[in-house]
Design a protein around this ligand. Structure first.
Ligand code: ATP
Ligand code: MN
Ligand code: MN
Length: 301
């Protein structure tokens, strides 16, 4: 059942300051969810989402005509976004700078929704220093046909193996098919080192259990296995942000959860647009206190 979203006073104010046009436009036809309902979701979760999505370069999945029409992945401003959506200049490989997007308030979130955004993805670095990672993400991608049980036990295995080398991790269900196992980092190591660490760790896990995991890119090698997508951990790569809605059937949401909750949850898509009040309540509950926070750096591997 769907509850009425309760936005903070600040986010309600932001809703009042960012006009949402065509709010009756249906964005999720199968669930009859409108652009207005999507804006209500983001207004309601703004306070719990902004600590994660704010002040880092973001990419947007925009589907202005709804999720079943053309969607595109956008990382630069096309010049039409307006003042609530901000820019950080980042050097491309050839040295020239491009304006990447970032937001730092509820108005920014809602301005993105006004531009047709469904999903918010973020770099693993903050705008203050985009060369230094502030998190590692092991994106566990199950092959078709693998049940959630396999993903769940994989996530716990990553948690335990990373704990053995001194990294505390946190789980997030993506709203899609998998789980992200996230290790927050104090920004210190730069991308080449972070990517190398992630690759070697993923390959070591896959080598130890080749029947369950692969870190290899060719799709054929993923048959019946969980693909450990370590490539979220390279410069410019993004991962879906907590409380982002996915442009998938039924409007599922990416949700942080405690390890204890992961034991009992039924699948990676468990909360949907309409569940914002419940999401805000759980985000403020003791089960999630400290989620995503740890003072740690990359260990030697
Ligand atoms: P699932 O649990 O279903 O795997 P997910 O969010 O982990 O959900 P993936 O397909 O594993 O999805 O991850 C793909 C990642 O690649 C996304 O998180 C996103 O940040 C990034 N991505 C998606 N589309 C594009 C694109 N067109 N260009 C660049 N990066 C993209
Ligand atoms: Mn994934
Ligand atoms: Mn992936």
């Amino acid at each position: 059942e769907h509850e009425t979203p309760v936005a903070s006073a600040a986010a309600r104010g932001a809703g009042a300051r960012v006009a949402i046009s065509n709010s009756d436009r249906v964005i999720f036809p199968e669930a009859n969810i409108t652009k207005g309902a999507l804006a209500d979701h983001y207004a309601a979760v703004a306070d719990i989402m902004l600590p994660w999505v704010g002040n880092r370069p973001i990419s947007l999945v925009r589907c202005p005509q709804g999720r079943s029409r053309k969607c595109f992945f956008q990382k630069h401003d096309a010049g039409t976004f307006g003042g609530h959506i901000k820019h950080v200049g980042i050097a491309e490989k050839d040295g020239h700078e491009e304006p990447y997007l970032f937001i730092d308030d509820a108005e920014g979130l809602l301005a993105c929704v006004q531009m047709g955004t469904i999903e918010f993805h973020g770099w693993g670095a903050r705008i203050e220093d985009v060369e230094k990672a502030d998190r590692l993400v092991f994106d566990l991608d199950p092959d078709e046909g693998l049940g959630f049980e396999a993903v769940r036990s994989a996530a716990f295995e990553f948690r335990d193996l990373l704990a053995q080398i001194g990294l505390e991790t946190f789980a997030m269900v993506t709203g899609g098919k998998g789980v992200h196992v996230i290790a927050p980092l104090t920004p210190q190591a730069e991308w080449p080192e972070v990517k190398d660490f992630a690759r070697r760790f993923a390959q070591a896990v896959a080598q130890a259990s080749p029947e369950r995991f692969t870190a290899a890119l060719p799709k054929a090698q993923r048959k019946g296995r969980i693909f450990v997508d370590y490539l979220r951990n390279q410069r410019g790569a993004t991962a879906v942000m907590p409380y982002a809605v996915r442009a998938r059937e039924g409007a599922p949401v990416a949700v942080p959860l405690s390890w204890k909750e992961l034991e009992t949850i039924d699948g990676p898509a468990h909360w949907y647009v309409g569940d914002a009040a419940a999401l805000v309540r759980r985000a403020r509950s003791s089960a999630l206190t400290g989620w995503g926070r740890a003072d740690q750096v990359l260990p030697d591997l």
